[in-house]
Design a protein around this ligand. Structure first.
Ligand code: GDP
Ligand code: MG
Length: 300
């Protein structure tokens, strides 16, 4: 009998900050749904990226990197990542192309083992690795746990990503799709817009500023007749001095952030965007549970 039953499932992408999880998700989907930057801890929310092909629906869970930082805020980020492990049919554990595991890698590996799900080890950034180092690295990693597959990839240039997708589909359980075929993310445009603004701040400011920032979209208005979306957003910082830096001389820094964010949001929503940004000081928002809740970081 050749009954055609489709496959579907949740695939958790986990790994230490900056290893390339968001880059991989965007690469797999061929569209940008998760923000990327060279600085660790850019991703704060769990993002679902959905890819539907004729034989399967893959629902990827991008997570904030797990790290052992002790603050209330960073513990919350780690919790989001651990949660993803228990929700996944398949886990993709991403590592740097080096056998030196740090404390964060080790604690994550322990959690992965506890979760007891099929796990692929993805050795990312192989574009940075001399070819002859790859096989020895794979055999070293294979001693750590019994991985279902070990897949070297480059999320950045796409190397081996098609092969990865084939393997993922092979391991997914049979079942009907969870989402409509055309849907690529569970993130509403409003929240993605806030994340794009935050990404530009990460890319264009330095030192403590990126981490001191939260963005809330206060207005997201579609003006259909004008073919325009009007967005008002507030950028919260923790101190007056940070506000000054973010705005920049004569408003130059904020203007640059606004212009590059606007271009990305226009690509997302597919029409012209009018974006207005405000900067406000909200003291110690990262320590303030109520503020975290309001900004959407806590679900409970
Ligand atoms: P995340 O914190 O794990 O989500 O990592 P990101 O996806 O934000 O990527 C962190 C940095 O690593 C960015 O500067 C990416 O461009 C870079 N990166 C990601 N994948 C690769 C890769 O395959 N090769 C190289 N050379 N860089 C990569
Ligand atoms: Mg990320």
């Amino acid at each position: 009998m050749t009954s055609k039953i489709g496959k579907s499932g949740f695939i958790g992408i986990v790994g230490r900050p900056n290893v390339g999880k968001s880059t991989l998700l965007n690469r797999l989907l061929g569209e940008k749904v998760s923000i990327v930057s060279p600085k660790p801890q850019t991703t704060r929310f769990r993002t679902l990226g959905i890819k539907t092909v004729p034989q399967a629906q893959m629902v990827f869970i991008d997570t904030p990197g797990v790290h052992s930082g002790g603050s209330h805020f960073s513990r919350g980020l780690s919790r989001v990542a651990f949660q993803a492990l228990s929700e996944s049919d398949l886990i993709l554990w991403m590592v740097e192309p080096s056998a030196d595991l740090d404390e964060d890698d080790r604690s994550l590996l322990e959690e992965i083992k506890k979760a007891g799900r099929s796990t692929f080890l993805l050795i990312n950034k192989v574009d940075l690795l001399p070819r002859q180092m790859l096989l020895p690295l794979i055999s070293q990693f294979s001693l750590l746990a019994s991985f279902a597959e070990i897949v070297p990839v480059s999320a950045l240039n796409g190397e081996n990503i098609d092969r990865l997708e084939e393997l993922i589909i092979r391991y997914l359980p049979e079942g009907p799709p969870f989402f409509p075929a055309e849907q690529i993310t569970d993130q509403p445009e409003r929240l993605l817009s806030a994340e794009f603004i935050r990404e530009k701040i990460f890319q264009q400011t330095h030192q403590e500023i990126p981490y001191a920032v939260a963005v809330s979209v206060d207005e997201f208005q579609e003006e259909k007749e004008k073919g325009l979306v009007v967005i008002h957003a507030t950028i919260f910082v923790e101190k007056e001095s940070q506000k000054g830096i973010l705005i920049g001389k004569g408003g130059a820094t904020l203007k640059r952030i606004g212009e590059s964010a606007r271009r990305e949001i226009e690509a997302l929503v597919g029409c012209k965007v009018y974006l207005r940004l405000w900067v406000k000081v909200k003291k110690a928002w990262r320590k303030d549970q109520e503020a975290l809740k309001q900004l959407g970081y806590w679900s409970s």
